[in-house]
Ligand binder design. Structure first.
Ligand code: ARG
Length: 583
């Protein structure tokens, strides 16, 4: 049995909840042909209490006012004579007017067998995703992890659904920070330290120079001058700048490699520098930008978006200007259907402003969606992170610590594993733990990272899911040894026990979870799903015999087991987490 998201989903691989909703909507329409609201009704959600059926629709309650009927009456009329042969086995009205649906066992089994086949909903669509996008000469710190990890998951989710994805690492390689670094570099670079650890040294220089600029206006001016010189093409500043980029990208790459993150292109801000002046002119010609106290601004107060500066008094351009030029180029090069930006919540106003201006200038066609996926800042118990103050926990150090902790677990479980293997395993578990700790939470919440929770083998954690997957692999191995002639892939699924049936239904809902996670840009939807699946599996495993079950049932249970493994592996992959075969 080898289901893979790489295969094309058959026409029949429709999402269960969508299929049910569409059918039930038809029933609402048929029962109340003259009611516009009824034509929109029929949404089903999975029932939290399976004794009431697999899915539930609560829309009759909402229609009571429009139809002047009690909800129960509405529900009864909707279901009178309704049938969905082969899909819905039982349809009932319950409580105040809920419609409960129980699926046909054969349908559940069929859908479970298609569990890993995802619908190609993005087949005709292109998505540009701009994520991670760290700044040159500043180290990546733990605050950057969310953009990288969430962005990578959104990227993989969309690719799996057939989207053509262009992942662009829009690094900050152009801006005022370079004046600060160049000035600082000239004054206090330690060449020996630079040779040893370039990013550390560049960071030290940046922090020191920035602090000095804050106290000393003359230093601040000198930094500004260096920025202007760089932007005007001064050869010495250019050479330094290029060297900083080279050094920084080298260290970013080693982090991306550890995180399993790959970009299709890395066009930094500097790629667009030639377009910044013309962009301001375009804004001016369109009557959108005007001068104010020596700067060029776009007044967006009427739209409730304050003002955006597009050229500073000293002639330097701003973040907004760069993003406007960038979006125009992306439209020209890729004609995307959507462009997704993943950054922390502090940039919300920036994106609202720049999206608004992009629309006013028609830089992208109407159909192209511009989405800012923002997330809350991550904190460690001791507080948030900021490079400027220099109190950063570096991402590399965080991953090293995760690796060290994971190695302890691996060593405990497998004292005899050769060093190299133990190390490779610890990297998968440690990195997976850090990623999952982030992805399992709603992106918009402020998350507090704790090692105990991240590394736990019991709660909702990366290692827990990896462990569940590894245990399944060992069950399958045991089965192969004990019953070498069994061929579960050729035996039908038998869902006689309610635990088996609910596990099969859970497997069948994988495509729905993937689609929802992608469409809402919330990988936590998939994480929640996988955790629930692992829990259902665990009660299935604890309460039903496998190898001791009779012929036919044994193969069916092993097949279910294998399907859960496939879904866990694919699901973890979509979150950017590896699933080692043992742990
Ligand atoms: N370099 C920026 C930062 O570190 C993020 C860039 C996000 N992408 C964009 N197109 N603005 O905050």
């Amino acid at each position: 049995m080898n289901f893979s998201t790489k295969g094309e989903a058959p026409e029949t691989a429709r999402l269960i909840d969508e299929e049910l909703t569409e059918w039930l909507r038809g029933c609402f329409r048929k029962a109340f042909p003259d009611c516009a609201e009824a034509a929109q009704a029929g949404r089903v959600v999975q029932n939290s209490r399976p004794e009431f059926g697999d899915f539930q629709c609560a829309d009759s309650m909402q229609l009571a006012r429009a139809l002047h009927l009690p909800p129960r009456k509405i529900a009864e009329q909707v279901i009178a004579g309704a049938a969905f042969p082969g899909v819905v086995a039982k349809i009932e009205v319950a409580g105040a007017g809920f419609i409960n649906l129980t699926l046909d066992d054969a349908y559940v089994a069929e859908k479970a067998l298609q569990g890993c086949l995802l619908p190609s909903i993005g087949k005709e669509c292109t998505m540009v995703i701009d994520y991670s996008s760290p700044n040159v000469a500043k180290p990546m710190h733990i605050g950057h992890i969310r953009s990288t990890v969430i962005g990578c998951a959104i990227d993989r989710l969309h690719r799996a659904l057939g989207y053509h994805v262009v992942a662009d690492n829009h690094i900050g390689d152009w801006g005022t920070q370079f004046g600060v670094i160049i000035k600082g570099y000239r004054e206090f670079v330690d060449k020996e330290a630079l040779a040893k650890d370039a990013t550390d040294e560049l960071e030290r220089i940046y922090v020191k120079s920035y602090a000095k600029a804050k106290e000393d206006p003359a230093w601040m001016d000198a930094c500004r001058m260096e920025t202007v010189k760089l932007q005007q093409g001064d050869p010495e500043n250019r050479a330094l700048w290029q060297e900083f980029i080279r050094l920084s990208c080298h260290s970013f790459d080693s982090i991306f490699e550890r995180l399993g993150v790959r970009f299709d292109t890395t066009r930094g801000e500097s790629y667009y520098q030639e377009q910044l002046g013309p962009m301001v002119e375009t804004l001016e010609k369109a009557g959108l930008a005007h001068e104010s106290e020596g700067a060029m601004i776009v007044d967006l107060k009427e739209a409730g978006l304050d003002i955006a500066i597009v050229r500073k008094r000293d002639g330097g351009f701003n973040y907004t200007t760069t993003d406007l030029a960038t979006v125009a180029t992306r439209e020209k090069d890729y004609h995307p259907d959507k462009i997704v930006y993943v950054t922390d919540e502090r940039q919300q106003l920036h994106f609202k402003q720049f999206f608004h201006i992009s629309r006013l200038l028609h830089l992208v066609p109407e159909r192209c969606r511009l989405e800012h996926v923002w997330f809350g800042l991550m904190r460690l118990p001791e507080g948030t992170f900021s490079t400027r103050q220099g109190n950063v926990i570096k991402l590399a150090a965080l991953l090293d610590e995760a690796h060290r902790r994971a190695l302890e677990v691996v060593r405990r479980n497998h004292p005899d594993l050769p060093d190299e293997e133990a190390d490779a395993l610890a990297e998968k578990v440690g990195v997976g733990a850090v990623k999952y700790a982030d992805l399992s939470q709603d992106p918009r919440t402020l998350i507090t990272f704790t090692w105990d929770k991240a590394m736990s083998l019991e709660g909702n954690s990366g290692p827990y899911l990896q462990y569940a997957y590894a245990r399944i692999q060992s069950v399958l191995e045991k089965h192969r040894t004990a019953f070498p002639d069994d061929n579960p892939a050729e035996k039908p699924l038998r869902l006689g026990d309610p635990i088996e049936r609910s596990l099969a239904l859970q497997i069948a809902l994988f495509p729905s979870a993937v689609v929802k996670a992608a469409e809402t840009y919330r990988p936590c939807v998939l994480a929640d799903y996988l955790y629930t699946l692992a829990q259902s599996y665990s009660s299935f495993y604890q309460r039903l015999p496998f190898l001791k079950a009779e012929d036919g049932i044994r193969e069916s249970r092993i097949r279910l087991c294998s399907l859960v493994g496939d879904v866990l592996r694919e699901g973890l992959f979509l979150l950017g987490i590896e699933a080692p075969a043992r742990m």
